[in-house]
Ligand binder design. Structure first.
Ligand SMILES: [Zn+2]
Length: 719
């Protein structure tokens, strides 16, 4: 049964029950609950106790996992070396004795821990100082024949492998051995990689040259010359689809046919430029977002993950990465095998739980060499606290789904292909992060989703779709958005949205010109300091100093113009609002959401809120009196509404990755909407445990949460 958006949102839990699923895109129903709520301990093998020296002891690892209350252990079948006696041809660690993987599997079974196998798919492993002649056959090569090398963790340099070389078969054999000879519960892949530091460099190895000539009748293009866009598209698409993703797909297929276990992969670089792996999501059952720079970015990533319908895992513990700014080589990272303290771990865990992700702690190495057991250390106690909380509420957490009312179109195509003169790729995320943050700060959960996975069905889950500077959109995608609006959806589009096609070829006008009621003066924006938005009231408020000039082509209302105070000039329309079919369109010719991400200016929040509220307030599922640093996140199951409150209110330093402690926030005012046909059985705080005595008035439950230190959640059970 397919419910429309109104039923889904307004009926919240009731509608959820009828739909048999929660979110706009329910996580893969085929996977067991433990995978979606997992409490994994990672045995990382790119550092001690596996590498460079092999110190690992299975019994010690299992004891640590038990003490932390993990439910699963991730064992590295290989990293720079294999850590089991493989016959695949993959180099085996020279100090390996016996079969520690088999021993680990046996102990996991005895201790009731699930076993996750880590298998790298062409992650660089060939030591560049090695005399192994096969490496010359397997490596990626530049146009002049030089092998490509990369650094990774600071221990050594490695050749980058090419997936068109025989290394492909070595890796496939390795995967098959792990799958068929060990009782693994999940196959977890890191990769497939086609290089690391040199990933964007085209491979000219003889295998690639032969394959490329066979396919296209010509040599691999030489990047030292300025390449026509068509050549770039051709090579990139070939390498991404025909080589890398096809390889992962064939591995998944082999697993399905051999012994079908769930397959997850590492997709940390999801939004990096021309990152092949990022398009491989449809091939697997789930994926891992390792980490993000802030808890808010992490929650964004987890929601983006859920939009794909796949299971999502995330690291806790990577906050301990050291920023190493004074180091000559920033590849020489900090400390891998020390229990670095900090409450950020708790916030990391709470964010993972709020974001409905499986949690994997990085990792074993932090306790392996310590003289005392893990709970003697602050970080060990924090890991256990996160795992205990997850276990205690496991049933509830497994049933809960996010319930977004809006969607944020994340333009991966723009990241890959747009090359406008004013385009700053490292700042591009500020547009989609800013849109998400602004919606959060207005108490609306907005789910980021990927352009290349956009379908009319996906769009139909949202009352509002925000396209934050989604420059590169295909004709088909423009048509999808047009239909969405015509059928009653609300679209906010900003700045250069639809200025170019899906491969970055600039159009003569917006692809969505008819929706916007606008024609751009020039495809490049201008940058001028001290610009203001002039509102009909006469008030002038800060405008993005980068604006796209356009003319209003009719229909709708110009809501603001851009004033250039320094030059006493009016630069014309800045914001247009129109009705198209049954829907609404708001076109903003600048990146106000990026400015919001960069400033969190209150007047800007208030102004954008005044445009959004009339369109969205009837669809609200909760409301939080805005408080700096407090992020709400709403989830629901058939009989429970759960409003998470994440309090990222610490002693922040501008330098990222300095250690951080947190302050409690007090008297947080929240409201939760109660589905119209349900009654409230009880209200409590999930973490503090307190019952709250309150009854709904006019369908809304008003309450005050006395204190939130890092995390709590308002739990509303329904009858
Ligand atoms: Zn190659």
């Amino acid at each position: 049964m397919k419910l429309n958006r109104r039923e889904l949102i307004q009926g919240a839990a009731a509608a959820l029950a009828a739909a048999g699923a929660g979110s706009a895109s329910p996580p893969d129903p085929g996977l067991p609950d433990w995978i979606r709520t997992c409490r994994g301990l990672i045995c990382e093998a790119y550092n001690p106790p596996f590498y460079p020296s092999f110190d690992y002891q299975a019994a010690k690892a299992i004891a640590i996992a038990r003490q932390l209350n993990a439910d699963s252990l991730r064992y590295p079948a290989a990293s720079y070396f294999a850590y089991f006696p493989t016959k695949s041809g993959y180099p085996v660690h020279p100090e390996l004795k016996g079969d520690p993987m088999r021993e680990t599997a046996g102990l996991c079974r005895r201790e009731n821990l699930k076993l996750i196998a880590y298998v790298p798919l062409n992650h660089p492993f060939m030591d560049a100082a090695s005399k192994d002649a096969r490496y010359q056959e397997w490596c990626k090569r530049s146009a002049d024949g030089t092998p490509m090398t990369t650094e990774h963790y600071g221990f050594a340099k490695y050749f980058e492998g090419c997936l068109n070389s025989p290394v492909r078969d070595v890796i496939r054999s390795l995967v098959r051995e792990v799958l068929t000879q060990y009782p693994v519960d999940v196959m977890y892949f890191d990769g497939p990689y086609q290089g690391m530091q040199m990933a964007k460099e085209y491979c000219h190895c003889k295998h690639c040259e032969t394959a490329y000539r066979k396919r296209f009748g010509k040599a691999v293009p030489d990047q030292s010359a300025k390449l026509p866009r068509e050549d770039e598209i051709q090579y990139t698409s070939w390498m991404a689809n025909d080589v890398v993703i096809a390889f992962l797909d064939s591995i998944r297929q082999m697993i399905r046919e051999t012994r079908d276990v769930p397959v997850l992969f590492n997709d940390t670089s999801l939004l990096s430029k021309r990152e092949w792996r990022n398009r491989a999501i449809p091939v697997v059952d789930g994926f891992m977002f390792e980490a993000a720079e802030t808890p808010e970015d992490k929650l964004f990533n987890l929601q983006l993950g859920h939009s794909t319908g796949k299971t999502v895992w995330t690291y806790v513990g990577t906050h301990t990465q050291y920023n190493r700014e004074h180091m000559k080589s920033d590849r020489t990272r900090g400390w891998f095998s020390y229990p670095v303290e900090s409450q950020e771990l708790l916030l990391d865990g709470a964010t993972a739980i709020a974001g409905n992700a499986g949690i994997v702690y990085w990792g074993l190495s932090r306790f392996f060499y310590q003289p005392e057991p893990p709970l003697s250390y602050e970080s060990g106690r924090y890991v256990k606290e996160i795992f205990d909380f997850s276990q205690k509420h496991r049933k509830l957490l497994a049933e809960l789904r996010p319930l977004p009312v809006a969607g944020i179109l994340v333009s991966d195509q723009t990241i890959d292909w747009y090359a406008g003169k004013h385009f700053v790729s490292k700042g591009y995320e500020n547009y989609y992060h800013g849109a998400w943050q602004l919606m959060k700060d207005l108490s609306y959960d907005a789910e980021p989703f990927l352009d290349y996975l956009m379908t009319p069905e996906q769009l139909s889950h949202y009352y509002l779709v925000w396209a934050p500077n989604a420059v590169c959109l295909s004709e088909r995608q423009c048509a999808m958005l047009r239909d969405y609006v015509t059928n009653g959806g609300t679209l906010i589009a900003t700045h250069l949205t639809s200025v170019a096609d899906e491969h970055g070829k600039v159009r003569s006008n917006f692809g969505l010109s008819d929706l916007f009621g606008a024609r751009f003066t020039e495809a490049e924006p201008i940058e001028i300091p001290d610009l203001y938005l002039k509102l009909p009231s006469g008030e002038e408020i800060p405008q993005d100093p980068q604006v796209l000039r356009f003319t209003h082509t009719g229909g709708g209302t110009v809501l603001a113009e851009t004033i250039d105070r320094g030059h006493r000039a009016n630069l014309g329309p800045a914001i247009v609002r129109r009705t198209v079919g049954k829907g609404q369109v708001l076109y903003i010719g600048s990146g106000l959401e990026a400015v919001y991400a960069e400033t969190r200016m209150k007047r800007l929040r208030g102004y954008l809120g005044s445009l959004i509220e009339p369109l969205m307030s009837e669809h609200r599922t909760y409301e939080l009196a805005w408080q700096s640093g407090v992020t709400p996140h709403f989830t629901a199951s058939r009989d429970t509404l759960l409003l998470h409150l994440l309090a990222d209110t610490g002693n922040k330093f501008k330098k990222l990755r300095a250690r951080e402690e947190f302050l409690a926030v007090e008297n947080v005012q929240v409201r939760v909407r109660i589905p119209h046909d349900r009654r409230v059985r009880s209200v409590s705080l999930l973490r503090a445990g307190d019952s709250l005595n309150t009854t709904p008035v006019n369908g809304w439950l008003d309450l005050t949460v006395p204190r939130v230190l890092i995390h709590d959640a308002v739990r509303v059970d329904l009858v």
